[in-house]
Design a protein around this ligand. Structure first.
Ligand SMILES: Nc1ncnc2c1ncn2[C@@H]1O[C@H](COP(=O)(O)OP(=O)(O)OP(=O)(O)O)[C@@H](O)[C@H]1O
Ligand SMILES: [Mg+2]
Length: 332
């Protein structure tokens, strides 16, 4: 594996953390997070707002210290060898903080100098990155005059300066238009292909599906699922169901019955269809169809299909949220 130009033990992980815990006053932001990411791979960290993604990134990038647990980046401990960690990482933080008076080119130059990129290659690298992120024609305009998406692109471009061995991208595609997002995916794939270890957080399941070799899902500071995108979908394989019904009345009746069974249904592809994900335990699909029939719901057709990553994610997080709510109710 390449870390700062030095070849290290190939068995070493680019990023690894074990049982990370972090509390902010009375909020347990991380409650035992363990994960591993390898060179040449993209790890996507998913989770609802407040689930602990940014806290994990901040610990791994040495901005915040964990209360307990260990984390190593390129083999360096984030607490004891923080300076060595900083040398091998590139970070696009969730929030962009670029001075409004500085131009794109000046900002890139500043970051390149902080990264000790040799003067000889600096100019060339900046030119290539500004072009890659379609900012070349805006290079000499102050960042304050950029649109939000342009500032975001500049921020990402800067984090790639010096081809860091380990890349942390915290919701990088936030605010990017679909074209820019697709271009960013191309850049991320290319960097992984060149051997970088990439940890990305995102709210876009489509993005995780397209990019990630592996996914870790967080909820309440804990890992609630991990695997490849395919493995996560398989966890609820065949359980995404679409029912074709015969009009709004039938839809309302079926929705009420499903809600009573704690199954959340939404509109399907057709106007007269209803779709939902079957619970992992409890009633089976056959039992459910019989139940609906017995209640007088006329079902025209049933399609059971592999869920999308969106459905898998919503399903996993809502199951956890429900069990936490029940635990809280039990404790009250
Ligand atoms: N500096 C801080 N001070 C106090 N609480 C914090 C701080 N940073 C994070 N938290 C809390 O820690 C928890 C995890 O926050 P974190 O920012 O890691 O979530 P996230 O998964 O990145 O969410 P989002 O999707 O909204 O970015 C939240 O409950 C949050 O309110
Ligand atoms: Mg965050």
């Amino acid at each position: 594996m390449r870390c700062s130009g030095i070849m290290l033990d190939i068995s070493m992980h680019g990023i690894e953390c074990d049982d990370l815990r972090k509390a902010y006053r009375n909020v347990q932001a991380l409650d035992g997070v363990s994960l591993v990411a390898d060179a040449g791979k993209v790890l996507a960290l998913l989770g609802s707002n407040g689930s602990g993604k940014t806290t994990t990134v901040r610990i791994l990038t040495t901005q915040v210290k964990q209360d307990s647990g260990t984390a190593r980046v390129c083999g360096n401990d984030v607490l004891r060898e923080a300076a060595a960690v900083r040398k091998v990482i590139g970070l696009t933080a969730q929030e962009t903080h670029i001075d409004k008076y500085i131009t794109g080119a000046e900002y890139m130059n500043l970051v390149a100098r902080l990264r000790h990129i040799p003067r000889k290659s600096r100019k060339q690298e900046i030119t290539v990155l500004l072009e890659e992120f379609e900012l070349a024609d805006k290079a000499h305009i102050p960042a304050g005059n950029y649109s939000g998406g342009m500032r975001r692109r500049l921020d990402i471009a800067a984090s790639l300066l010096g081809s860091p061995a380990i890349l942390f991208l915290d919701e990088p595609s936030n605010g990017l238009d679909p074209h820019s997002r697709k271009r960013l995916w191309g850049v991320i794939r290319q960097r992984a292909h060149e051997g970088a270890t990439i940890l990305i957080t995102t709210q876009y399941m489509e993005e995780a599906d397209a990019l990630a070799d592996s996914i870790v899902v967080l909820a309440y500071g804990r890992v609630i699922a991990r695997g490849t995108p395919g493995e996560l979908k398989d966890q609820i394989r065949g359980r995404a169901v679409e029912l074709a019904l015969s009009g709004p009345e039938e839809i309302a009746k079926a929705t009420a019955i499903l809600t009573a069974l704690e199954i959340q249904a939404g509109p399907g592809e057709d106007p007269d269809a209803l779709q939902f994900v079957m619970p992992l335990s409890g009633i089976t699909l056959v039992e459910l169809l019989r139940h609906l029939d017995a209640q007088g719901v006329a079902i025209n057709d049933v399609i059971a299909r592999r869920p999308t990553l969106d459905e898998a994610f919503l399903h996993l997080t809502s199951e956890v949220e429900r069990s936490v709510e029940q635990a809280l109710l039990g404790a009250a």
